[in-house]
Design a protein. Structure first.
Lengths: 216, 413
């Protein structure tokens, strides 16, 4: 078995299995942390608080809307994440791979031009957010090694993916695939889990705020 | 307003009971072990299945067995060609002429037909000297072609020599960068880092805003990526192939090309942001002449400067203007069919390569001075703050101006 067969076969299965199992395990663990015992009498609507938090937090809170830094983080964050999801779920090689190995997708892949634009927007957002992480004294101090590893690993995965875009080299494809697999293994144990935990966090916090009749 | 922690499990008033914690503590490792074994099992299954199967046939350039060979298309036009081909082979055959005859005819501008719609597309290599080259002077351009007749010096020759890995821009560019690097290393060896006069005072003042630092480091990342991939493409043939071979270079070349093409527009956006954020203070001033006369303090002595010295201003305008040139020529190279003629594409390739060499040379000096070459400079671009004595040493006029206006912003941890 060649290295590329190993990467595209057993190692892919191994990393994807770890990803699914441990993401599920962590989500169950988080949801299992619910409050025990009889809760105090609600002072307001918990559901309304949860939905409000889920929706309203897509934009900066009103006291911060005049802050350039807040808008920078918000816009760069959206640029990176939306671009990344377009790449992940609509790029031709990814759609082909997902359909071949996982499930048939109900949408068409984007064009090459669309791919390039999405990649550029995503890279611009990621690079600017990451540089801010080490030039902003506050953000630098609250950053953990995990934040740096997660950012750099994501960057390298995206970079090797773009380098393999010509689809001319098995080595480049294998390099990208191998890094994706490392990323999948690292994912459940890192801050990358925010991909799944952000709605839970907002809903639970909003639920709690709604119960206390606090506008959070 | 109540600010709550983002982790649901850490909600106030929700501590887990001791048995629950113990259960989780016991359950966790077991779950991890089971998950690991399950994944390993699936991997082994997959390994076995792949081993049992025949590997998928690779795409090959060789024809399948029993295939009937098809003769290559003729270069001969059905109508009257712009220049006779010089050989009379029947259609769809190579005839009695050798490959060298055909390629010579192509080099001399033989026209044919293709299915492409544009008028120039029938010509593989144009046989005219580009209009901006009136008389080729440098030796690499004037060396007589193989025929020995300067009259045969065609645009194809000019273009081939520009791109020639042995004597063209790639090799000259490599030597140029090598010389620049050698000068920097020699200077570093002789002079060492430029010290802060009077040593560090401990009082730090604000020099760069957060937006400037973010833009600077963002462009630094993309610039270095573009430089490395661009150098791999431009200098790869003369310098990398002898070291790593053609197969490995082909991988590096395709990866570099994809990354270079993709990050090019990102660099253009960042260059615009760089221009906006760093423009104030980068206009020429009388102090620049004094700074230049004193050699910028590189060879001893004190050279006062404003917010930016002449070297920094030079770097700013080089990055801006040559960056604009690189951006424009790069876009033409990205869309050659839509944005330009063949001549414009050739000029773009030449200017792109030559401009990049200048910027990379300047970048090497900038990196040296920003890190090892000048004490306290690197910290300034990371934290935004510099030592007061650093400012007095390198930007005395700027410090005086701040003091006079009372605009010194002291940095505190």
């Amino acid at each position: 078995m060649s290295l590329i067969e190993l990467i595209e076969g057993p190692f892919w299965t191994f990393s994807a299995s770890l990803f699914v199992i441990f993401v599920f395990w962590r989500l169950v663990s988080i949801l299992d942390l619910r409050r025990r015992g009889a809760p105090p009498k609600p002072q307001g609507s918990r559901l309304a608080g949860a939905i409000r938090a889920l929706v309203v937090r897509f934009v900066p809170r009103s006291p911060f809307t005049r802050s350039g830094r807040v808008w920078f983080t918000t816009l760069a964050g959206y640029a990176f994440h939306l671009g990344l999801f377009v790449l992940l779920l609509a790029a031709v090689p990814h759609v082909e791979f997902i359909e071949k190995r996982i499930v048939a997708l109900p949408w068409e892949p984007i064009s090459r031009t669309g791919f390039i634009i999405a990649a550029e927007i995503s890279f611009l957002g990621l690079i600017m957010l990451y540089t801010r992480r080490f030039v902003d004294p506050l953000v630098r101090k609250i950053s953990r090694p995990d934040d740096h590893i997660a950012s750099l690993l994501t960057f390298i995965v995206m970079l090797t993916g773009c380098m393999a875009l010509g689809r001319q080299s098995v080595f480049l494809r294998g390099l990208h695939m191998g890094l994706v697999e490392l990323w999948l293994i690292y994912f459940p144990f890192s801050s990358l889990m925010h991909t799944f935990t952000w709605p839970i966090s907002r809903l639970v916090t909003g639920w709690e705020a709604g119960r206390r009749a606090v506008r959070w | 307003m109540v600010i709550l922690p983002q982790v649901p499990g850490a909600l106030p008033g929700a501590p887990a009971s001791r048995p629950t914690r113990r259960r989780r503590a016991l359950l966790g490792p077991w779950l991890a072990l089971v998950a690991f074994l399950a994944a390993l099992f699936l991997a082994v299954l997959m390994l076995a299945s792949v081993s049992a199967q025949t590997a998928e046939p690779l795409v090959s350039v060789r024809p399948p067995e029993g295939a009937v060979p098809v003769a290559p298309p003729t270069l001969r036009a059905p109508g009257v060609p712009r220049r006779p081909l010089g050989f009379d082979a029947p259609e769809n055959t190579l005839g009695s002429k050798s490959d060298s005859d055909i390629w010579r005819a192509i080099r001399e501008g033989a026209a044919g037909t293709t299915s492409a719609p544009r008028p120039d597309d029938g010509m593989l290599i144009e046989g005219r000297r580009p209009p901006f080259v009136k008389a080729p002077r440098p030796e690499i351009f004037t060396r007589p072609p193989a025929s020995g007749l300067l009259a045969d010096f065609t645009r194809a020759d000019w273009w081939a020599r520009i791109r020639n890995a042995e004597a063209g821009l790639p090799r000259i560019g490599g030597y140029f960068l090598g010389v620049v690097l050698a000068v920097i290393v020699l200077y570093a060896f002789i002079r060492g880092p430029m010290p802060v006069e009077g040593g560090f005072s401990g009082r730090r003042i604000r020099r760069f805003r957060l937006s400037q630092r973010v833009v600077h480091w963002s462009i630094a990342i993309v610039f270095i990526l573009m430089a490395l991939t661009g150098l791999a493409l431009q200098l790869g043939r003369p310098f990398l192939i002898p070291l790593i071979g053609k197969d490995a270079f082909s991988v590096i070349a395709t990866a570099s090309m994809q990354a270079h093409n993709l990050f090019g527009p990102v660099l253009i956006v960042l260059l615009v942001l760089l221009f906006i954020t760093f423009l104030p203070g980068n206009f020429p001033s009388r102090a620049d002449i004094i700074w230049l006369i004193k050699g910028g303090g590189f060879f001893g002595g004190h050279a006062p400067a404003g917010r930016y010295n002449l070297g920094e201003k030079g770097w700013f305008w080089t990055a801006t203007l040559i960056g604009a040139l690189l951006g424009a020529t790069g876009i033409i190279m990205l869309f050659p069919d839509d944005l330009g003629t063949r001549a414009l594409l050739e000029i773009s390739v030449f200017l792109h390569g030559a401009g990049a060499l200048i910027v990379i040379a300047y970048l090497m000096g900038h990196i040296y001075l920003g890190t090892y070459g000048t004490e306290g400079t690197f910290e300034g671009m990371v934290t935004g703050c510099v030592d007061e004595n650093w400012a007095r040493t390198h930007h005395e006029l700027w410090l005086k101006e701040l003091e006079e206006k009372g605009e010194i912003e002291e940095c505190r941890e």
